[in-house]
Design a protein around this ligand. Structure first.
Ligand SMILES: Nc1ncnc2c1ncn2[C@@H]1O[C@H](COP(=O)(O)OP(=O)(O)O)[C@@H](O)[C@H]1O
Ligand SMILES: Nc1ccn([C@H]2C[C@H](O)[C@@H](COP(=O)(O)OP(=O)(O)O)O2)c(=O)n1
Length: 231
């Protein structure tokens, strides 16, 4: 089974997808972490991020290991544990430049699909990002468009970043500007065909996990149509 969760920044994709995977005994893939790892590596190599060919080459050469265990997440890039480093503001500020490089996307989508395929014999995977239902796993049994209004998303991100005393402008950059940039290459601001919208604005994390887990059980029980995977 594949559960795709797409939506804007701060809508709760990572925490919810991890919660659903834990609840249902599935693997979990944070595709945003793959874009962050390439960003980290490009900066580490001192690349000009506007040099799209050089950055894409780096993406192809990068040795990348990403955990799909929802209880123990880690990312290793070229033998360096970058689990924490890829969450630093310098990465969040620049990652959209890498995520809008179409050759980087091509390479990372290939890798994401391989991880998804490898998880199938274990029962399935919850995959979260921006283009999972529309590009990476169009055959997902359940497609969720997770939303929350902009104020809620900014407040959530703000609460996370208070330790670093983030300014309102930085917060807006992390949510509003980044979503606008990312939306130039992926369609995640509206629900794609076949996706169920879950608006988390007034729901607790636990409630969102409940809703998606229930939808997953319904999708699993539903007969698949002709043209669907494995039919
Ligand atoms: N339904 C919710 N209600 C309140 N806070 C939430 C909810 N879902 C997620 N959060 C919190 O909001 C922040 C952003 O969530 P995250 O899962 O990182 O979002 P995304 O992956 O979509 O950017 C986290 O601190 C998370 O704990
Ligand atoms: N499938 C994906 C996942 C993430 N991205 C982009 C969008 C974001 O700017 C970066 C980082 O994604 P991430 O999910 O970590 O972003 P958040 O900070 O959780 O909002 O990668 C993408 O283009 N496609």
């Amino acid at each position: 089974m594949i559960i795709a969760v797409d939506g804007p920044s701060g809508s709760g994709k990572s925490s919810t997808a991890r919660g659903v995977a834990t609840r249902l005994g599935l693997r979990y893939l944070d595709t945003g972490a793959t874009y962050r790892a390439v960003t980290w590596s490009a900066l580490e190599h001192g690349l000009d991020l506007d040099d799209t060919a050089a950055v894409a080459q780096r993406a192809r050469e990068l040795r990348l290991e990403i955990s799909t265990n929802p209880s123990k997440q880690y990312v290793i890039a070229d033998d360096v544990d970058v689990t924490t480093a890829i969450r630093e503001p310098r990465i969040s500020e620049t990652v959209s430049k890498i995520a809008t490089n179409l050759d980087v996307r091509k390479e990372l989508i290939r890798r994401q699909r391989a991880i998804i395929d490898a998880a199938q014999p274990t029962g399935g995977i919850v995959v979260e990002g921006r283009d999972i239902a529309t590009v990476v796993a169009t055959d997902a049994e359940l497609k969720v468009h997770l939303t929350a209004d902009q104020d809620a998303r900014m407040a959530r991100r703000g609460a996370e970043l208070t330790a670093g005393a983030v300014t309102a402008d930085q917060l807006r950059d992390q949510i509003v500007r980044r979503d606008a940039d990312d939306a130039t290459v992926s369609q995640f601001l509206v629900a794609s065909d076949g996706a169920v919208t879950v608006d988390s604005t007034h729901l607790s994390l636990e409630e969102v996990v409940d809703v998606i887990s229930r939808l997953a059980k319904e999708a699993e029980a539903a007969p698949r149509g002709p043209g669907d995977r494995e039919s």
